[in-house]
Design a protein around this ligand. Structure first.
Ligand code: FAD
Length: 435
């Protein structure tokens, strides 16, 4: 270390889960990361989401305090020892629906996934509290950027500009960074699925779905719809998400949400088992319907060009059927933090610094592109499978189970650091909490 060159200046565009996590990792490595967020304050929805054990291991290398934060919120334990997949369609009575011998399609062990769930908005706020105030500038919507001599100049919609050595586009699915970097070659598209989400106190969930279901991670499958639920926040809340196939185009692709009456949920579950068909009753009168978009039909050809690169959903926005979009962003964050730390340690200036940064960002893209594509591709397939629309698995529980286990295996055993040189791998691991 002992760098005599000034710290690298990194502009992180977007203060979502991955932008904030990346900025925490960079600042921990002595890099001056500044977040430029278009909103006027921290904003995230109050929905549940979860991180796998593998993602927590990568997160620990970014900063062990992140895992502590998540552990404090999730109760440091997975909700269950297996994921259960139920037939949401055929049972005709609540008794039958809760009877494993009649309605359980299959289970997959969670020992390798070991999800820890939390509420998104609380996790984001907890992470934000780890950053000094000056690390975030709100009300800055990126509209473009230019590379000028040895800097990248960011342009915002209020007419202001900012300068940095590197721009990390953590600006989500409709990334402006991606649009500028790739001259609009890659765009998010509608997956023809939508979701309706809510959270209820755990006792309300138990009353509606039974003890066995509400206290475990469960998915109820059926034609064109699935109902996912799992406990979050130390089993005090039940996170509920209905995912449905939708043939028509989404009315507002830019906003990706539309307000609807909860009777729409009743409609998508017509003909389903009574317990599932009644789930709409747990929703408020007016609910937000989220269009699910991803980059599957039109993925980026590279994640880096010049002094800019794409991190998180900006690079590989995925449908949520594999439940690991943010986990994949954690992987990106670790790789980019490690590569930039390595450049910073070399204390380069001028042309040498420019070349080292270019090379680091290209290495990042090379290390991440295939993984990102694999995730959004297989996530779409899993959604089709849950909706009994995926030809190779059809309605066959054994084939579904096999496909799921293959995919989960890949998710959790993938070695994020393998594409990097041994000294970079060691650098990444050096940030873990000492034993
Ligand atoms: P975002 O969260 O989209 O953040 C982007 C940020 O950039 C925002 O703050 C935005 O305001 C800002 N921004 C955008 N444009 C600009 C601009 N031009 N200038 C400045 N700022 C800008 N993943 C999991 O790992 N586990 C789960 O359990 C899980 N569940 C999910 C459930 C659902 C229903 C969905 C839809 C997704 C789920 N995911 C899950 C995926 C996960 O939500 C995303 O992968 C993750 O939120 C991406 O984070 P991000 O920071 O890359 O992008």
């Amino acid at each position: 270390m002992g760098s005599i060159a000034p710290p690298l200046q990194v502009a992180v565009v977007g203060g979502g889960i991955i932008g904030v996590m990346t900025a925490i990792g960079l600042r921990r490595r002595g890099i001056n990361a500044i977040i430029y967020e278009r909103a006027s304050t921290w904003h995230e929805v109050s929905a549940g989401f979860a991180f796998t054990r593998a993602a927590r291991e990568w997160m620990e290398m970014i900063d062990p305090a992140l895992v502590e934060l998540l552990g404090g919120m999730s109760g440091k334990s997975d909700a269950s020892t297996s994921n259960a997949y139920w037939n949401g369609f055929h049972p005709r009575t609540n008794e039958e629906a809760e009877d494993e011998s009649k309605s359980l399609l299959f289970r997959t062990p969670t020992n390798n996934l070991s999800f820890w769930g939390c509420v998104r908005s609380q996790f984001l706020k907890g992470m934000a509290a780890m950053l000094p105030e000056e690390a975030t500038i709100f009300g800055k919507q990126l509209v473009g950027y230019d590379e000028v001599s040895n800097k990248v100049i960011l342009r915002f919609d209020d007419g202001s500009t900012a300068e940095a050595d590197v721009l990390l586009g953590c600006d989500g699915i409709h990334s402006v960074t991606r649009k500028v970097m790739l001259a609009d070659e890659s765009r998010a598209g509608f997956s023809h699925t939508v979701t309706y989400r809510t959270m209820v106190p755990i006792d309300v969930g138990i009353k509606a779905l039974g003890q066995k279901v509400a206290k475990n991670a469960c998915n109820h499958l059926g034609p064109n719809v699935d109902l996912l639920c799992y406990p979050v926040m130390s089993m005090t809340l039940l996170n509920i998400a209905v995912f449905a196939y939708e043939d028509s185009e989404f009315p507002d692709p830019d906003r990706m949400t539309v307000q609807v009456d909860r009777s729409e949920i009743a409609k998508v579950f017509q003909g389903f088992s009574p317990q599932i068909a009644d789930i709409w009753k747990l929703y408020p009168e007016k609910v937000v319907k989220w269009g699910i978009f991803d980059l599957e039909d039109n993925p980026p050809s590279t994640y880096a060009r010049g002094r800019a690169c794409l991190v998180g959903d900006a690079a590989h926005a995925s449908t949520p059927y594999m439940g690991v979009g943010a986990c994949t962003g954690v992987e990106d964050a670790l790789v980019i933090c490690t590569l930039l730390e390595s450049v910073q340690q070399k204390a380069l200036t001028g042309e040498e610094l420019k070349e080292a940064l270019r090379e680091a960002l290209q290495t990042y893209s090379g290390a991440r592109l295939e993984r990102g594509r694999w995730i959004h591709h297989h996530s779409r397939q899993m959604g089709q499978m849950y909706h009994w629309r995926y030809g190779p698995t059809g309605r066959d529980p054994q084939r579904m189970k096999q496909k799921l286990e293959e995919n989960w295996g890949n998710v959790v055993t993938y070695d994020v650091l393998a594409p990097l040189q041994p000294e970079l791998r060691a650098l990444a691991r050096s940030h873990r909490k000492p034993l």
